[in-house]
Every structure is written in C-alpha cells, then in structure tokens.
Design a protein around this ligand. Structure first.
Ligand code: IFM
Length: 446
C-alpha cells in the first residue's frame, strides 16, 4: 500500500560548506577553524582535510543539474562565513558572496528552493583566536554576518536556518575535543552554548527585517534518550543526558530558560547570561529543523568524577558504519514528544541518512540497499507522526553526495550520490533513484 505525504511536502537533500566546497583558500576566503583543525595533525582519522573536499566550489552547476535530475524540491546548504566576511566582520568579500548568489540563482532557475543554513560549524579562524564561541563578541559578529547575508540574498532566499546543531559546536568542539577547536572544558562548552543561542536570537529579527516573508528557524540534533535499565541511577543518567542534548536548546528557544539540571550540575558564571538574553533567545520561530540519526541509550557512569557524563550504550542491533544503531521508530518518538512538549509551529527533518560502505560495480553503478532501507524506514515513521498531527513539513536526506565527514575524513559515505574522490565523478546510487521516485510520487509506493 502506498504511503502518501501531504501536498507541498518539501523533499530535499542537505550538505554543508566545509564538507563539500573545497577551495579552502581561494577568491579571498580566509582560514576557518576547520582549516586550522584539519591541518593540525592527529585530528582527522585518515589525515585528510576539506581543502578540496568534493570540489563543489568549482562544480556547483553540475551539482545543481544533478539535483534537478533527481527532482529535488529543495536544497539545504550552508554558507562559509570566512568566504563572505574573511575577518569575521567588517569588510565583505564580494567574490565569496557572489558564489552563493550565483548558486541561489541557479537553484531557483531549476525550481529548487534554497534552505540556507548560516552556520554549519565553520567560522573565520581569527574569531577562534579571540575565543570563538566562548566569548560574546563572536555572537555580535554573527549578527553582523547574518545581516550581510539577509541583505544580499534575502530577496531570493525564503527559508533560513541560523545554526546547524549548536550542541555539536559547543560540546564536541569545546568539551569532547573531537571537533574544532579541540578543547576539553565543560565551562567553555556551556559558554559556547549560550553564545550560540544568543547569536541565533539576535539574527532572527535581522533576517525577518531584511528577508521579509521568509521562514526562519534553527536546526537541532535531537534524539530520544532511553535509560539502559530501570535502575534509579540509569534513569537519572537519562534525565541528565536529555537535559544536555535536547532540553538545553529546545527549552530556551521556547522561552523556558535553561533546564534545572544545568543549574544543579554547574554554576553559571555571573557574567555569562546578561539581562535580556533569555528574551532574545526565545525569538519566535517559523520552524525547527530536526537532524535525527539514532536514539541514545544511556547508563549511569560508575566513575564518580564522571557522573556528569552518562555513558552511551549501543545495543546489539543493526548499525550503520558510524556504529549508530538503526532505530527508525526513534524518529516517530521524537516528533510526537516534540508535539506534546513544545509549541513550535512546524518541523522539517533537515537531516537523516546513513553511512554504509559503497562500491562501484563493474557496470559503473552503485547499489546501496541498506541506505535505501534506512531512508524508507525513517520516512515511514515520519508519515506515522504526520498522521498523528505532527506539523512536519518536509524531509531532507543527509547527504546529497559523499563528502568530508569531519573527524572521520572521507572514510564514511553518507551520500545518495557517490563521489569518486580521485576523479570527482558523481554517480547517483540506487537510493538516489528510489528517492527520485518517492519525490515524483509524493509517496512511498510498494
Ligand atoms: O555530516 C554530519 C553533518 O555535518 C551534521 N549532522 C550529522 C552528519 C553525519 O554525521
């Protein structure tokens, strides 16, 4: 039986600047935090960098043509801040801005709606040198950056996301040390969280003013959190983990302030949250983008000094190549929980997808049945949530094409389009052809 999606459901694919563009030092772009991080040895598993990535900076026309061939209704991409404002703020680099302006025009000429993410983890290294997200001035610089983009593209771009996964920027970057800038400091992660949210809150009214009528939102990585057992300790660990991953962002965005668990575990420095900040952060949104990959099963950490860091447990189920459990029901659980607990007006799945090893067959094709099954199963759960009244308006697969998977370099392929890194040849995988049919039918048939 066919599973139909609502009329006007927005079907798309997503990418991000550092993961696909390359051209790391071309046309006036300055060094980014990720250029510095990947150029410093020991951070990327295969010692690679995003210097060339999948060369989208030079192949963007070909890539847009591919999107059109697949029938995408929308394309979610991010802007490299160091291309547009190489010093973080101040002087605009017209060449960098021109690249994105041409990309937007090309998308529109094919009837593809751009969803622009202003920040997907890459900012000018000069800002990082002055403290990055741990300092308030970076949030001020971001507001200026948002204004430049909204003024220049706001007549043509009608969907904006301020940030992608601020949890990742704050916690993987400043506490777990696996992303740029590679620090290990809880205090820095908390400060970064506040400044990212503040930057978001400042940017929202600026975008509304300079891109009137557009939809403005933010993209969060969220997951259902499940205790590993019914013990009080595991339940408590799950509560902490939920506060840190989910409520730390969704609560202040919806006007509830930071979760109590943060205050229980950590004394915020008096100077961090200034009068009026929480009001800024709760700027009304048109949508929240959800990036969902797997649920988190957590167990209490028996190591006394690490009680703040609940352990994740990975059950013996099917896993993707990232080691992430395949748990499509989690998408339904997450969406219905959001509907129950918050009153955001709309949601988009802004990322969902899977890394599996892919191989080019002798006939030049790439068959990826496991990725296809992953996407199909998640779409079925999305449809279930829609049927129960969740205002889910679209789905973006991660990713349009194989790319630089951060600390995992090029060892993990998430694309529905295969990229041969040596030749930069693009080959739509069988999942891409299947997705193309789903879009054309606005339904999963069979
Ligand atoms: O590749 C990333 C993306 O940049 C952000 N969300 C998760 C994806 C897979 O790890």
């Amino acid at each position: 039986m066919a599973i139909e999606f609502p009329k006007d459901f927005l079907w798309g694919a997503a990418t991000s600047s550092y993961q696909i563009e390359g051209a790391w030092n071309e046309d006036g772009k300055s060094e980014s935090n990720w250029d510095r991080f990947s150029h410093t040895s020991g951070h990327i598993i295969d010692k690679s960098t995003g210097d060339v990535a999948v060369d989208h900076y030079h192949r963007w026309r070909e890539d847009v043509a591919l999107m059109a061939e697949l029938g995408l209704k929308a394309y979610r991409f991010s802007i490299a801040w160091p291309r547009v404002l190489p010093s973080g703020w101040g002087k605009v680099n017209p060449a960098g801005l021109g690249f994105y302006s041409r990309l937007v025009d090309e998308l529109l000429s094919h009837g593809i709606q751009p969803l622009v993410t202003l920040y997907h983890w890459d900012h000018p290294q000069v800002l990082e040198d002055r403290g990055g997200w741990t300092v308030r001035t970076t949030a001020e610089a971001f507001a200026e950056y948002a204004e430049v983009l909204a003024r220049q593209l706001g007549d043509r771009v009608t969907m904006w996301a301020t940030f992608n996964e601020p949890w990742v920027s704050a916690f993987l970057g400043y506490m777990q040390g696996v992303h740029a800038p590679g620090h290990h400091d809880l205090g820095e992660a908390v400060a970064a969280t506040h400044h990212l949210l503040l930057a978001h809150g400042w940017a929202v009214p600026i975008i509304r003013r300079d891109s009137p009528g557009s939809q403005v939102g933010i993209v969060l990585n969220m997951a259902p959190i499940v205790p590993a057992s019914s013990s009080q300790a595991d339940e408590q660990a799950a509560r902490l983990s939920d506060a840190s991953l989910n409520r730390m962002f969704a609560d202040p965005l919806s006007g509830r302030g930071y979760p109590d668990e943060l205050h229980e575990r950590y004394t915020l420095p008096a100077s961090l949250v200034q009068p009026g900040d929480m009001q800024v952060i709760k700027a009304p949104l048109d949508f929240v983008g959800i990036n969902y990959y797997f649920r988190n099963i957590v167990r209490n950490n028996e190591i006394a000094e690490e009680r703040n860091k609940p352990r994740e447990v990975f059950p013996n189920q099917e896993h993707t190549e990232m080691g992430w459990e395949v748990y499509p029901e989690g998408l339904y659980e997450l969406l219905t929980r959001l509907k129950h607990d918050y009153d955001f007006p709309a949601y988009y799945i802004t990322e969902n997808g899977a890394a599996f090893p892919d191989h080019v067959a002798a006939d030049g094709s790439v068959d990826d049945p496991r990725r296809l099954a992953y996407v199909k199963a998640h779409l079925e759960q999305a449809a279930r949530a829609i049927a129960e009244g969740v205002p889910l308006r679209g789905y973006f697969v991660w990713s349009l094409m194989d790319n630089f998977e951060w600390a995992q370099g090029y060892t993990k392929r998430f694309g529905i389009v295969y990229v041969d890194c040596a030749t930069q040849r693009r080959i739509p995988k069988s999942s891409a052809r299947w997705f193309q049919r789903v879009i054309a039918d606005n339904a999963i048939v069979g």
